[in-house]
Design a protein around this ligand. Structure first.
Ligand code: SAM
Length: 275
């Protein structure tokens, strides 16, 4: 493990202990109709339904995702770098009798898992915690069966570029400045007071080539894409909901593992000459 892995592991252990955002186990009422909570788009409708399938919840500790998919009938393996996050899954699984196997690992090294064993991979926001996406996608491609579904959510690059506070004097009608270059490869500076980043973690901006191009290069075809809506026209300037009107925070992607081996490791170029 690198320093980056270790800093983020400790940060998420702390966040789980302190009950911070994304560390709240599922409300038991949601387990009655679990897919309503996590699959509003119907991306997991037949033939991609999860009941009886082997599902990997990747970087998804916290007692929420694994519990919901297990309640929907999936045999869930939940991977996370943070033991404190996985403890929340262990607790919910024991309390509710759910089929959940926790595994502490980093999403870019799933060597504890065999080849082509999962029908479905669910991957909540987390590629931002590593400098490269391709090693993660290569591992997801390796453990997913041909024809399997990969649903992931990521932070949009523009959200990592834009300032937390509105432009001076912009008021409710104004916008947010871009303060990070699109090609920033090293760790982003820490921020506080914004819900679009997690304090205490080390995060990286990933370009669209890195988010989507690398996914295709690793052996997936993208079938659907949506941008979760966090806008609120009445929100206070500087709030997450106000900023989300100018700066979409997330993108969600449904992809499918194509048949055949993992392709050659040719990552997508950030920019290619325009013809
Ligand atoms: C935003 S949370 C996602 C799950 C959360 N329960 C939720 O409600 O969305 C991000 C998760 O990624 C995990 N994580 C960070 N770096 C990781 C890595 N390299 N490998 C695996 N998990 C990682 C964190 O421990 C945390 O549980």
């Amino acid at each position: 493990m690198t320093d980056i892995h270790d800093i983020n592991r400790r940060a998420w252990d702390r966040r789980a202990r302190d009950g911070k955002r994304f560390t709240k186990p599922v409300d038991p009422h949601a387990l009655v109709d679990p897919l309503k909570r996590v699959d509003g788009l119907g991306w997991l409708s037949p033939p991609d339904d999860v009941a009886g399938k082997r599902l990997l919840a990747l970087a998804a500790g916290g007692g929420k995702h694994a519990a919901l998919y297990a309640a929907a009938g999936a045999k869930v393996t939940v991977v996370d770098i943070s033991d404190a996050m996985l403890d929340l899954d262990r607790k919910v699984a024991a309390e509710r009798g759910l089929d959940i196997t926790p595994l502490r690992a980093s999403m870019d090294d799933l060597s504890a898992l065999g080849d082509a064993i999962f029908d479905v991979v669910i991957h909540p926001v987390s590629t931002c915690y590593l400098p490269e996406t391709r090693p993660v996608y290569d591992e997801v491609a390796r453990v997913t069966k041909a024809g399997g579904v990969y649903i992931s959510q990521h932070k949009q690059p523009v959200s990592m570029q834009a300032d937390v506070d509105p432009l001076p004097g912009a008021g409710a009608g104004g916008g947010y400045g871009l303060i990070e270059p699109y090609d920033r490869c090293d760790a982003l500076p820490p921020v506080s007071g914004s819900l679009h980043r997690e304090e205490g973690t080390v995060e990286f901006l990933h370009t669209w080539s890195a988010l989507l191009g690398a996914m295709c290069a690793a052996g997936f075809v993208i079938e659907a894409l949506m941008e979760p809506d966090h806008r609120d026209a009445k929100a206070r300037p500087g709030s997450f909901e106000h900023r989300s009107r100018w700066v979409p925070p997330y993108v969600r992607v449904k992809a499918r593992r194509v048949a055949g081996g993992v392709p050659e490791k040719t990552g997508p170029a950030l920019w290619t000459p325009d013809e």
